[in-house]
Design a protein around this ligand. Structure first.
Ligand SMILES: C[S@@+](CC[C@H](N)C(=O)[O-])C[C@H]1O[C@@H](n2cnc3c(N)ncnc32)[C@H](O)[C@@H]1O
Length: 341
């Protein structure tokens, strides 16, 4: 999976178009209206999350983030004051923050959602990236991976899915039976699916994966769109009660992450926050630079990026960034080039 420097063309109207797939990221007529009709309404939102404490939305094809910005906006206007939204999205060829900002500038009415999204725009490193939206009581986990690998590596269960992976004729890999089976396996009972395509292969694929499929009147120039649903009802779940034992860096970080997800843990610690280990009021985080693309290298890169993000958000913290590692021979020169890539 490569990231060519220019994966986009821009139409004269200022809309992004993929050079890799030869398709548009959203409707050239009115992308936001299409998002609302095909994905939000198509998944029965906001009615489907009424009365729910937590709700999870999955998306195949993060692109410019337009669908997710519209989702965040709707969530903030309609969900209960304590409810939490978990978003999982997949993107093999991420746009840069500047490209997304250019594409999303067409919808100033979404600025309260697109602003924080662009400010926290995930990096391009392969793996999972978390972005928190505290003002929306929401978190986004973006998998920068090919779709099948992303779905296989995600442990969640979505209540709604936005299938938005370019036209099936131009990008069949995003709609294969393996992918649709994984979507079903990562769905909660009663999960809904919305998509713009009514291609026969997609309808049959969703049915084979266990969904009941319906064609609905489409949006704009598209005559029809698709809604699909799994049998069953999402189980009512009590908010979990969690105790974290030990307020060292790992325990305190786990407590913080739980709070972001809407769980208020009890933190048990005999002395004080971070007094164990060296007890120094400073943290030194160094990246483990690994030329491989295996799971360990990926985890280390993700953890380093996440730590740098989080420490950067602590008010008053002094964050000194920068590690310089010098090559000590020709072997290192080649290795460092591979890491940088
Ligand atoms: C129509 S665009 C998504 C538009 C997006 N939902 C938005 O709101 O802007 C489809 C996206 O799917 C991504 N994509 C295509 N094939 C993929 C694959 N095999 N795995 C993961 N992502 C893929 C593309 O890079 C592109 O960003």
């Amino acid at each position: 999976m490569s990231h060519p420097a220019d994966i986009l063309d821009w139409t004269p109207e200022g809309q992004p178009r993929s050079r890799l797939y030869g398709d548009v990221y959203f409707s050239t007529e009115d992308g936001l209206a299409e998002t609302e009709a095909v994905f939000l309404k198509g998944c029965g939102l906001p009615e489907a999350w009424a009365g729910r404490d937590r709700f999870c939305v999955g998306e195949l094809g993060f692109g410019s983030g337009l669908n997710i910005a519209a989702l965040l906006d709707l969530w903030r206007r309609t969900a209960g004051p304590e409810a939490r939204l978990h978003i999982f999205s997949v993107e093999a060829h991420p746009l840069s923050a500047a490209e997304a900002a250019r594409a999303l500038a067409a919808w100033p009415r979404l600025a309260e959602a697109t602003g924080p999204m662009i400010a926290g725009w995930p990096g391009r490193a392969r793996g999972f990236h978390r972005v928190e939206f505290p003002e929306f009581r929401a978190v986004l986990d973006l998998a920068v991976l090919d779709v099948a690998e992303a779905l296989a590596g995600w442990g969640g269960r979505a209540d709604a899915w936005f299938l938005d992976g370019f036209s099936p004729a131009l990008n069949p890999a995003m709609w294969g039976q393996d992918v649709l089976d994984l979507v079903a396996a990562r769905s909660a009972p009663g999960a809904r699916v919305g998509t713009f395509t009514v291609a026969g292969a997609v309808r049959r694929g969703l049915q084979a994966a266990g969904f009941e499929v319906d064609k609905r009147p489409g949006h704009g120039r598209k005559r029809e769109r698709l809604e699909a649903r799994l049998a069953g009802e999402a189980p009512a779940r009590a908010r979990p009660r969690v105790a974290v034992i030990g307020a060292g860096i790992a325990g305190a970080s786990a407590a913080r992450a739980l709070r972001v997800l809407g769980v208020d843990p009890v933190l048990v610690e005999a002395e004080g926050l971070g007094v164990g280990a060296s007890g120094n009021p400073a943290a030194l985080v160094t990246p483990r630079l690994d030329a491989g693309l295996g799971p360990v290298a990926r985890l280390a890169a993700q953890a380093f990026g996440r730590a740098a993000d989080l420490y950067g958000q602590v008010a008053g913290a002094v964050v000194a960034a920068g590690v310089r590692q010098l090559a000590s021979g020709e072997r290192d020169t080649g290795r460092f080039a591979r890491i940088a890539e």
